[in-house]
Write a protein that binds this ligand. Structure first.
Ligand code: 13P
Length: 269
């Protein structure tokens, strides 16, 4: 990894992203986004210092988009998955074209829950990354090792291999986000240590430099995910290669998620 990539940390706007998974119906989604907006406003959160993104279930997206547009709420809207195909006989799938039309800007691809429960391998992840880029969506490419992988190969080997495969055929100019989510840390209450997150994030930035180029490595944001809370976010954000967080459970609790977004204020980095 080139040290210039790490030194450019200040050029990467931190991204705090809430992956709601299969939680909150469209009415709850609207209430949650409204409350989050007002909580951050009341706290004097400076829009632009940290980018905020929410990833609701598909059925909520239209309602959240309407709210964000109407109230000029400065949150990015994301989806949790997309189809590798544009349209056709793929019952139950959602096309990137449809998401783009709804104002979705980001899409999670290769989350470990989809890899595990829906048997999505690196080939499917790669096809979805290309589909996202084709429709102007920014893929949030998730990689991470299981506890068994960690024991056998250390932290970096599996995430590095997953990212290399996901980036095959991706142009260096592509706008992407990478999320390092150790499977053993997701929903377990046992987050990685900041040093573990940094070690893997640095290795992933090395992949970006090698497979894409130095500029891509310097500008691409790498998030940490796995039991992120308001009490540990600042320690991750102090690491030079960690540019934000992909938050699961804690993103469903507005005050807690707002405190994570405001990590610079309430703990000081
Ligand atoms: P938790 O924050 O609940 O551990 O989930 C992390 C995650 O999977 C985000 O995509």
């Amino acid at each position: 990894m080139s040290s210039s990539a790490t030194q450019n940390r200040s050029s990467r706007t931190p991204l705090i992203a809430g992956n709601w998974k299969m939680n909150l119906d469209h009415l709850q989604a609207v209430a949650t986004v409204q409350k989050l907006h007002w909580t951050l406003k009341d706290a004097g959160h400076e829009t632009g210092s940290v980018q905020v993104a929410v990833f609701p279930p598909f059925t909520d997206i239209r309602s959240v988009q309407t709210l964000i547009d109407a109230d000029k709420i400065p949150f990015e809207l994301g989806a949790q998955d997309l189809s590798a195909y544009d349209s056709g006989a793929y019952t139950g799938e959602v096309s990137g074209a449809f998401l783009a039309k709804l104002g979705v800007g980001l899409v999670i691809i290769g989350h470990s829950e989809r890899r595990a429960y829906h048997h999505e391998g690196d080939d499917v992840v790669g096809a979805k990354v290309k589909a996202a880029l084709k429709h102007g969506l920014t893929p949030v490419i998730c990689v991470g090792e299981t506890a068994e992988d960690l024991e056998r190969f250390g932290g970096s080997a599996v995430p590095v291999s997953q990212l290399e495969k996901a980036l095959e055929g991706v142009p260096a100019s592509a706008d992407i986000v990478v999320a390092y989510e150790p499977v053993w840390a997701i929903g377990s209450g046992q987050a990685a240590t900041p040093a573990q997150a940094q070690e893997v994030a640095a290795a992933l930035r090395g992949v970006l430099a090698r497979v894409l180029d130095d500029d891509a490595a310097a500008r691409t944001r790498i998030l940490y995910g796995g039991s992120v809370k308001s009490s540990n976010i600042a320690s991750f954000m102090r690491e030079p290669d960690v540019d934000g967080a992909l938050v699961g459970g804690a993103s469903l609790v507005v005050d807690e998620f707002a405190a994570i977004v405001r990590y610079q204020k309430h703990v000081g980095v």
